[in-house]
Design a protein around this ligand. Structure first.
Ligand SMILES: [Fe+2]
Ligand SMILES: [Fe+2]
Length: 324
């Protein structure tokens, strides 16, 4: 299965509820959700890169699934959750803010999986409270669907924890991020590249939210954000091959400026990509690992194509008003 595939969903078509009444209580609760979902995404990535690939097998609807693969899938689901909640916020006249609070790096597997478990539980609780206090049937349906997905995540996390407990990993420390010896030089540089991908992903999710009603553009931005997630994963796998562990930091998650306007978001996404190309070209000449240098050059080629797409969208937006 291609974990990076993307689908349209009925939520893409939700009608504007801008003029409908949304209680202050509902608004207060929903505003917090995008940041919490972003935190969940980061926690899943943290876990994925602390688990060796093709080592731990899960039961996924009766068939075996690799645990690392499943954790990356969950991170991508959380990106979609940010987008869905963000679109509801836009439709109800609020500007979504993708800022995390309380995101700390874990030291052990137990600490990390406990944080994921608590984050999923808290998410289900908040979404359920919102279902109870909204009268909008469409929003209720979206929230119920999201609760179901979070419940599936929770069930999978329970299963993962049991497997890691059995393997004797739960009480051990997470692998060191830096690796050791001469490879530390390459790992540090690749970690810098890894950290450039995170704000780029976040900016494109913003773009997809802000253009949520425009069916020609929003799915394209979603694809681009998932492509950046692919880049992130390729860099991560190179760090792991060299003996390190990629780390998602609070700083990289919250690095982007406050983005309020669609054109500003697209321009910021272009700047992120230009910066990546510049840095990756420099890094590729300095890296000792030929394979890792190749990865960064390959990503730069993709980024040039993405910039062209974004510039095209930017030009179209300059000619017409955004839908909302
Ligand atoms: Fe979620
Ligand atoms: Fe989740």
């Amino acid at each position: 299965m291609d974990i990076y595939r993307t689908n349209f969903r009925p939520t893409d078509y939700i009608r504007s509820t801008e003029n409908q009444h949304v209680s202050l209580e509902f608004a207060g609760k929903i505003k917090k959700i995008p940041g919490d979902e972003l935190k969940s995404m980061a926690l899943y990535l943290q876990a994925a890169y602390a688990i060796a690939s093709n080592t731990y097998s899960l039961d996924y609807l009766g068939r075996p699934e690799d645990m690392q693969h499943q954790l990356i899938c969950h991170a991508i689901h959380e990106m979609r959750h940010i987008e869905i909640i963000g679109i509801i916020l836009c439709k109800t006249g609020h500007n979504p803010q993708l800022k995390t609070t309380g995101f700390e790096l874990s030291k052990s597997y137990k600490e990390l999986f406990t944080m994921i478990f608590q984050s999923e539980q808290a998410g289900i609780e908040s979404l359920s409270e919102m279902v109870d206090i909204t009268n909008d049937k469409e929003i209720k349906l979206i929230l119920l669907n999201q609760i179901r997905e979070e419940q599936d995540h929770l069930d999978m996390v329970k299963q993962m924890s049991q497997i890691l407990e059995k393997a004797g990993l739960m009480d051990t420390l997470l692998p060191l991020p830096q690796g050791a010896g001469p490879v530390a030089y390459d790992i540090n540089m690749l970690q810098d590249a890894f950290e450039l991908e995170i704000p780029s992903i976040v900016t494109l999710i913003y773009g997809s939210i802000h253009l949520g009603m425009d069916m020609s553009v929003a799915p394209r931005l979603r694809v681009l954000s998932i492509e950046d997630m692919q880049h992130l994963n390729r860099i991560a796998q190179d760090i792991i091959t060299l003996g390190g562990r990629p780390v998602v930091t609070h700083e990289s998650l919250n690095k982007g400026p406050m983005l309020v306007d669609t054109a500003q978001i697209i321009n910021h996404a272009i700047e992120n990509k230009q910066q990546k190309i510049k840095q990756y070209n420099q890094f590729s000449q300095m890296l000792k690992s030929k394979g890792a240098a190749r990865t960064l050059l390959d990503i730069s080629v993709k980024e040039r194509e993405s910039i062209r797409v974004l510039e095209g969208i930017s030009n179209s937006l300059a000619k017409i008003e955004p839908v909302h």
